[in-house]
Write a protein that binds this ligand. Sequence first.
Ligand code: ADP
Length: 450
Amino acid sequence: MKIVMCASEVVPYAKTGGLADVTGALPVALEKLGHEVVVIMPKYKNIKDDSAIMGKNIKVYFIKGDNYFGRESLYGDKNGDYKDNLDRFSFYCRQSLDLLKKIKFAPDIIHVHDWQASLIPVYLKTLYAGDVFYKGIKTILTIHNIGYQGLFPKEEFPKLGLDWSFFNIECLEFYDKVNVLKGGMVFSDIINTVSPTYSKEIQAKEFGFGLDGLLNKRKDSLFGILNGLDYSIWNPESDKFIAANFSLQDPEAKAKDKGDLQKLCKLPLKKDIPLFGIVSRLAEQKGFDILAEAMEEICKMKLQLVILGTGDLRYHLVLEEMVKKYPGVISLNLKFDDSLAHKIYAGSDIFLMPSKYEPCGLGQLISLRYGTLPLVFKTGGLADTVSADNGFVFDAYGKDGLIACIKKAVRSFKNAQGWKNLMKNAMQCDFSWGESAKEYLRLYELAKKR
Ligand code: ADP
C-alpha cells in the first residue's frame, strides 16, 4: 500500500510531545511490513535540508515557508500561540497536497494527525475534488488529544479559501468559530484515537470537548489503536543517555542509575527511599491541579521526587515554592531535556502520571520498559496499559485518591520481593509498534472500501 503521513512534528526532526514519537515510529513499522510510506512535515528553523530519509527508504519532505516555520518554536512563544497559526497550517496542508502531485506520488491513504494536518481531508473533498490526480485517495485522521482543536475567530475563515457555505454547523463552524479539527473529523473517511478507552471516553460530554455529538454521529468510523513505543530509542539495555544499562534478566544496574540521578539532581544518595519521577508538560490535563494541591503532603512523606517539564506558569510557581520549602526532597527542572528524561525513566522507582485524561500516554509505556512502576489515574490509555500487576492505579480523581495511592506505593516499596515481581511484570509488557501498525493497516483497508 502507498501511504502518506502528514503531521506537524515527527521524531527526530521536531518534537514537543507524544505526537512526534508516533509519527516517527509508525512509518518505520509500516515500511517493515512491506508498505511504501512518504512523510510530509513543515520545515522548521532547525531543519536544514529540504528532504531526508527515515527507516530504510522513507522519504521525508519538509514544507518550506520561512516566514511561517523559520521560528524558534513550533506553535507559539511565551505570549501564547502564534497569531498566524491558521495561515501557517492551512499553508502546510495545501502545500502537502500540491507536493504529492509534483513528486507524482498518488497514495492509497493520506494519514493525517491532529488539527494542524486536518485541513488535508477538507481540501481533498472540496478544493481538490475535481482533480483526477487525487481521485480515490482515502484519508484517516488520528486525534492525539481532542483538547486541542485549532479554534480561530470567524473572521479568519476566508484564509482557508473555502466557500462560506462550509462555515456551518455540519462542517467547520463551532460556536461561531472556525474549528479545524472538526473539519478533519467531518471530511476524513476514518477517525481514530490513540487508545481504545479514550475513543469511547470522547463520545461522552465530559471528555468530548464539545465534539462528542459529532463523534457519536460518526461512531461507525471511529476506532481506537494504542500507540506503540519505539524500543530502539527506549531500551534500558542500550540507552546511551543512562549511567548503566540493565535488562529484565539483569536488573541490578538500575540501582546505579538511581544513584546517578540523585547525584545529578543534588538529592541525598539513598537506596531505601523511593524515588518518584515526572517527565511531563506541566498542565492540568497531566494532573497538575491535584498534584499542586497534594504537593505539600507528598513532600512530607519519606520519598524523593524529580520533576522535568515546562508548561503553565502557575505550576512553575507552586513547584518553585515547594523546592524552597523542601530542599533535598524535590529536584525541579523546568526545561525540555531529552537526556535528563532518559535518566529519570531509568533512575526512578516510580513514575508519577496522574493525568486527568490521557489519550494514550507514552510516559507510562516508557517507564514500564525501564522497570519504573507507573502510578496513574484510571483513564484513557493509562487504564489500557497500567494495572495493579505492573504499577499503581487510583480511580477517584482528586487530591485524596492521589495521596492514598502514593502512600500505597511507598509502602509497597518496602517489600523488596514484591517490588521485584512488579518490576518484572512491568518490564515484560510489550507495547512495540508491530501490532499497532498491523491495526492501522486494517483501518487503511477499511478506508479504501469507503
Ligand atoms: P503528551 O500529551 O505531552 O504528548 P505523552 O505522554 O504522550 O504526552 O508524550 C510525552 C513525550 O514527551 C514523552 O516521550 C516524554 O518523555 C516527552 N517529554 C515531555 N516533557 C518533556 C521534557 N520536559 N523533557 C523531555 N522530554 C519530555
